[in-house]
Design a protein around this ligand. Sequence first.
Ligand code: C2E
Ligand code: MG
Ligand code: MG
Ligand code: MG
Length: 278
Amino acid sequence: RAKGSLGERIAFYEPEMDETARARRQLSNDLRHALARDELNLLYQPQYDLRTGELSGYEALLRWHHPKRGTVAPDYFIPLAEETGEILAIGEWVLRQACLEARTWPDDLKIAVNLSAVQLMQTELVEMVKGILIETGLSPTRLELEITETAIISDKLRALHLLRQIKALGVSIAMDDFGTGYSSLDTLHSFPFDKIKIDKSFLLKSQQSPEARAIIKAVLALGQSLNVPVLAEGVETEFQLGLLQEQGCDQAQGYYFGRPAQAPSISAEDEEARRAQP
Ligand code: C2E
Ligand code: MG
Ligand code: MG
Ligand code: MG
């Protein structure tokens, strides 16, 4: 038979692709019950102010504990939840949990919560955020919503309009994964972000790659000239931290400071200890 013919390739690949598609469909179905079955939980990763060395807050990161598959990564299941629309219920749950949690922390600590592109398409988003702030009693100034450029791109005017209304509540908005989207500079120009988060890919490559270092430097300069604080994510080593401090980066987050972990129980007694870090 003709090796590599179309027929053979189809015969070879089809079962495998079928399996992947079936697995996706199954997970997608399971995801509908994840909330009701209490399979979701939030981890919290610290964010530090590099000028003062103080903890400034935490980012909430979602985990799904599937009964058969174990922990499923958000990069895998969030797209599924976006396809089915389940992300709306999940996103609301995430925001409520995160605000309730932050309510138990000292007042100077902020909570950062990721928003999906699908949530940004909902006019109800503003009322939802407002409702949860009222319900949980968290001061709006302690909440920061993280959005990616990719989330804004599909319907930019609408997304920016919603973000303005959310900002008007007193909530701040961070641009996440900066440098990996399509039109970074244009998006920055059309919306007053409160923070720019340099994507972790640049930090992770920074030791070996002069180009990555050049990009980090350029983003920091951009933040300085626009007067927008910059946070570097994915800081794993002392070398990377040194680089950021040298260039006047405002904030950092990464395994060097702490991995995402169960809700921190931060009491007044811990205040001194946490201020001593890093
Ligand atoms: P993200 O918002 O950019 O979050 C940063 C990711 O980098 C997290 O992955 C975090 O665990 C990881 N990370 C932090 N520090 C380091 C480091 O030093 N080195 C390395 N290699 N990685 C580090 P995670 O938790 O797997 O989340 C992946 C993405 O899933 C997030 O990226 C975010 O886009 C999305 N996501 C997570 N939780 C939620 C959520 O509640 N709602 C929505 N819509 N998206 C979420
Ligand atoms: Mg984020
Ligand atoms: Mg990010
Ligand atoms: Mg990301």
